[in-house]
Design a protein around this ligand. Structure first.
Ligand code: NAD
Length: 294
């Protein structure tokens, strides 16, 4: 099958690589990532001039770019997907973006006879490389079933949540849990160390009890070792938190913990942490505890 993949960053490059290795003809585009394009080309992918070109070549177009305006540009910009895509094709947006905008994009594409799935993911770069992502899908059931074999190349847990936008609603919930857990882990490790215990031992003990979590395991280790090369950039997690806060405001749902993490991410970004892994949130807690400066 001819597939296109647009957005070849930390997540998109390994995901595109898996679709290629599975034997699909793959057309790729990224507006910056030249080294990723070259690497995929050396494995057999075909570079495209722009999203329109990528859409003309394929029946299924995958997108994995940072934010809502980026997806809008890819779909509806001057040389956007909309200009090249044929009726009967499917757009699968795997970026994490606004559920409201997603529903709007799906409607606009439907006018062209094109169906869209929102299929954001959780599981990070490791999950993208290993094909073990959790994929949360919104869109029509029959479109989901049609695309499912490709999603199975990328993920292990693939759940059809409901209509267009519902995948993004699910991802929004995921990011709230991740953000609050990350803050909890950072606070616990800083507190334990200030109170005189070895935080590495504390983490090890906590992993055996009720406080166990993937965040404590993966990001707790990053925090202890100061390994803040992303991973998941802080600025992208703040973007996800903002989506949750905007949605909560529209619905008059109070999510105070999430608002707090947003403010802490602001502080981290103000001190140069935008492109560090989001586990660097611990630097803010350390600074507040006067353990370390930023
Ligand atoms: P990234 O910044 O590493 O990569 C994004 C890529 O998109 C870049 O190569 C950029 O050049 C490209 N791009 C941006 N605008 C474009 C455009 N208009 N046309 C073509 N290419 C464009 O980001 P990432 O970490 O790969 O994340 C991508 C999406 O996946 C985001 O929505 C993020 O929230 C989500 N996500 C990331 C992770 C993670 O751990 N990194 C995990 C789950 C979900």
């Amino acid at each position: 099958m001819n597939l296109s993949f647009i957005g070849l960053g930390i997540m998109g490059k390994p995901m595109a690589g898996r679709l290629l290795e599975a034997g699909n003809d793959l057309y790729v585009y990224d507006k910056n990532a030249l080294s990723s394009i070259k690497e995929l080309e050396s494995k057999g992918a075909i570079p495209c001039k722009n999203p329109k070109d990528a859409a003309e070549k394929a029946k299924v177009v995958f997108i994995m770019v940072p934010d809502t305006p980026d997806v809008e540009e890819v779909l509806f910009g001057d040389d956007g997907v909309e200009k090249g895509i044929k009726p009967g094709s499917v757009v699968v947006d795997m970026s994490t973006i606004s559920p409201v905008a997603t529903r709007n994009f799906a409607e606009r594409l439907r006018l062209k006879g094109v169906e869209m799935l929102d299929a954001p993911v959780s599981g990070g770069e490791i999950g993208a490389k290993n094909g073990t992502l959790s994929i949360m899908v919104g869109g029509k059931e029959e479109v989901f079933q049609h695309i499912r074999p490709y999603l199975e190349i990328l993920g292990k847990s693939i759940i059809h949540i409901g209509k267009n936008g519902d995948g993004q609603v699910c991802k929004m919930a995921n990011q709230v849990v991740v953000a609050l857990t990350m803050l909890g882990v950072a606070e616990a490790l800083v507190l334990a160390e200030k109170a005189g215990a070895d935080p590495a031992k504390v983490r090890e003990a906590l992993l055996g009890g009720f406080a166990q979590s993937k965040i404590l395991e993966v990001h707790g280790e990053r925090m202890l070792k100061g390994m803040f090369i992303p991973g998941f950039r802080t600025v992208l997690h703040r973007k996800d938190i903002k989506i949750a806060l905007n949605t909560a405001q529209e619905l008059c749902v109070s999510i105070p913990g999430t608002a707090l993490v947003h403010e802490i991410f602001n502080a981290l970004i103000a001190h140069g942490g935008a492109d560090l892994d989001h586990s660097s949130i611990i630097k803010v807690i350390e600074a507040l505890a006067k353990k370390e400066n930023f």
